[in-house]
Design a protein around this ligand. Sequence first.
Ligand code: PLP
Length: 468
Amino acid sequence: MLGFLKNKDMELPFAESYKIKMIETLKRSTREQRLQWIKEAKYNLFKLKSDQVFIDLLTDSGTGAMSDRQWAAIMTGDESYAGARSYFEFRDTVSRIMGFEYVLPTHQGRAAENVLFSVLVKSGDVVPGNSHFDTTKGHIEFRKAHAVDCTIDEAFNTTLEHPFKGNINIAKLEKVLKENSRERIPFVIVTVTCNSSGGQPVSIANLKAVYELSHSYGIPVLFDSARFAENAYFIKLREEGYQDKSIKEIVREMYQYADMATMSAKKDGIVNIGGFIACNSADIYRDACTFNIMFEGYVTYGGMAGRDMAALAVGLDESTEFDYLETRIKQVEYLGNKLVEYGVPIQHPIGGHAVFIDAAKALPFVPKEQYQAQTLGIELYIEAGIRGVEIGTLLADRDPVTRENRYPDLELLRLAIPRRVYTNNHMDVIAAALKNVFDRRNSITKGYSIYWEAPIMRHFTVELEKVD
Ligand SMILES: Cc1ncc(COP(=O)(O)O)c(C=O)c1O
């Protein structure tokens, strides 16, 4: 009788779309060692030596694993000072993928900002955008201009599920465009995905609306493109009408709504160093070339070796493939879902490159003046040698005029997952370690105070001491 019952096929689980060819040994440590090391590092996670870290989630920037094809490209990179073949391969790839005519290499993303903003941003200018990244804001404020955040309000409620929390609120943007003269607004910046609000994507509909509105005021649009491929993945999954399009098609469509781009290639270029500016304006390109030569290098290498550009050309092609993106983003989701299962408060929906812990909720008894997210980061390091990064009050810096601390709407600990580096066993360790810290939150009531800080971008070098 039973023989008539057909076995139901088991659904096959998901597996990574790559196999591992090379490994790097990780160093373990004891809690006592970590207590000593973090004290020596003045309670600044940036100051730890990498050998003192077991799982490094400080950033997904420049920390990814290159593929065999990228390493092969490294070997054939052309190191000519001018007109290197590797530059043209890289330039043609950017043009094919993003659709821009002019491509200027820089050594990383902030260098692209420095060069392009030297051309475009003047004292007193206003630059609206969606939660500007810290270096972007830094380069704006350094020029005595103002970054105005026009992100949708939903982005600041960590528990709210919204498919495109990186979106710009069109009414907020229009208010800024109305209240300031055209000459005072060099461009509108859209960060895809939006790092500072939790690795959250921007929809095509919103990109189009921002572009049309900005253009109706004669203002160009700049994409901060660090995670443009991850943004396209979310569009494919979440925006109606895009399910059947390839990632490369979606990327091309996204960039129809941009006049220029800055790129930190250390993210979705999957290289360890690199960046670029891309645009369609011959005038902007020409002016940027002058600054590039001053700050970065000649216009066909701009701070990158020929082999870096060769690896980047391959990386851009790989990062805009669905299988790669699915593997990458599913790992981030895996960690996020484990944390949800353990009750740890995180930013929803789970971001593309990182899981963001809501530190204000995770450590409710630490006063915000004592840096809750930084305190959580230190506790996680002491617990298991895991290094995250504070995206909160330290990063928000002081108001440039009043010099008062700026308390951001979200106090987050970011756990950024390097591309193709860790396994899901590592994700399990991270989740268990955070659960342990979270479970003893009632006993964590004191944080840290600043002993020394730099006048701008202080979080990189700040020195802290324990509050007794
Ligand atoms: C959205 C965004 N823009 C710009 C940058 C700056 O790029 P880089 O670190 O290559 O200078 C980063 C770096 O994390 C970023 O996430």
